[in-house]
Write a protein that binds this ligand. Structure first.
Ligand code: FA5
Length: 344
């Protein structure tokens, strides 16, 4: 009996070596381990054997069955592996590649943080187009035709089919056009919005200037909005962003779409006010322009400046992480150097 079990096993295993597909494997299983197989017949017929033989034959048959089942499983995974390697020439024995978790770019995180601060002060967040019409970027903002910002040396004009001097499409140079677009659309104050987004200037780059950077525009229009509201809002923003100990400076500035206009600067983080290449030796870094919305801008969108007043500001986003972390070159944010970016 032992001999015939061995022969059966050898035959089955030899046949298994030639099996090279899932279908053939199934046929093999049915033939050697299925209900009608020789082995099952032996196990079924155990009852007809004399008691003393029954135990030994049963044990041997079970051992052979287990061996055949194990061989079947091994062949199955061999075939699966061979199939996978054929599919893509991959070495499945190599260890897996670690999964790299991404994170937000520091500038995106700062934009989100600024938006959160103003959102908690009651401002809604809206966005506008980066490809803009000169009507919104300049005219409606009280910027006259002869203003230097309109020069091709300072603005990226888009080829809209018209001759060079008569083009009207450009990459927005600031987020202020959204003041006009928003007021034109919603007409009835009160308004309280912030507008984050990318802006473009045809400018030489240096440690604090880029040709593409981000701004967050702010606009509040209502009855009785005063310059004190503007200062209070921006001081509160600076306090929350930089903490209570950082010096803040307001100075008069001129922007055609506000009256009066100011610039807000923060004490330079790189030199703490002593003067260095980041702040152009002044000890301060200008982070935003602001002012009371010019009556001409309000009139242009059909809002009566005798009834409503408002303030607006435009924050230069990249300057904020420079001041907070002491980064001494703005270009580092866009150099794609992961050693720099991973620090944040
Ligand atoms: C403006 O763009 C005005 N639209 C701001 C404004 C809005 C004034 C509402 C009044 C009312 P300015 O050109 O100064 O202003 O730019 C605003 C800020 O953007 C600057 O304070 C500075 O932080 C940042 N900035 C300006 N130019 C660059 C540049 N080339 N690279 C990086 N940041 C810049």
């Amino acid at each position: 009996m032992t001999e015939s079990f061995n022969t059966l096993k050898q035959k089955a295993l030899t046949e298994l070596q030639g099996v090279d597909s899932a279908e053939a494997l199934e046929s093999w299983r049915v033939a050697w381990l299925g209900k009608k197989s020789e082995l099952t017949a032996v196990l079924r017929g155990l009852g007809t054997l004399p008691v003393e033989e029954r135990k030994a034959v049963g044990a041997q048959a079970n051992v052979v069955r287990e061996e055949l089942e194990a061989a079947l499983e091994a062949r199955e995974s061999e075939l699966a592996n061979a199939q996978m390697s054929m599919a893509g020439d991959i070495d499945i024995t190599l260890p897996g590649r670690p999964w790299l978790a991404g994170r937000l770019h520091p500038v995106t995180r700062i934009v989100n943080e600024i938006s959160d601060i103003f959102s908690s002060l009651g401002f809604s967040i809206v966005e506008g187009p980066e490809v803009e019409l000169d009507r919104y970027n300049f005219d409606a903002l009280n910027i006259p035709k002869e203003h230097p910002a309109r020069d091709t040396m300072q603005t990226f004009w888009v080829d809209d089919g018209a001759p060079k001097e008569a083009r009207h499409t450009l990459l927005r140079t600031h987020t202020s056009p959204m003041q006009v677009r928003f007021m034109e659309k919603y007409k009835e104050p009160p308004f309280r919005i912030v507008v984050p987004g990318r802006v473009y200037r045809y400018e030489a780059t240096d440690a604090s200037h880029l040709p593409m950077f981000n701004q967050v525009e702010g606009l509040m229009v209502d009855k009785d909005v005063s310059f004190a509201d503007l200062k209070g809002t921006l001081y509160e923003f600076a306090r929350r962003f930089f903490g209570p100990n950082r010096k803040v400076r307001f100075r008069c500035d001129f922007f055609p779409f506000v009256e009066p206009g100011v610039e807000m600067a923060i004490e330079c983080a790189s030199c703490r006010g002593a003067g260095c290449r980041v702040c152009g030796n002044s000890g301060w870094l200008e982070i935003l322009g602001a002012g009371m919305v010019h009556p001409n801008v309000l009139k242009g969108v059909g809002i009566d400046p005798e009834i409503y007043t408002g303030f607006a500001f435009g924050i230069g986003v990249e300057r904020l992480p420079m001041l907070r972390y002491g980064v001494d070159d703005i270009r580092l944010f866009y150099s794609n150097d992961l050693r720099f970016l991973r620090q944040f």
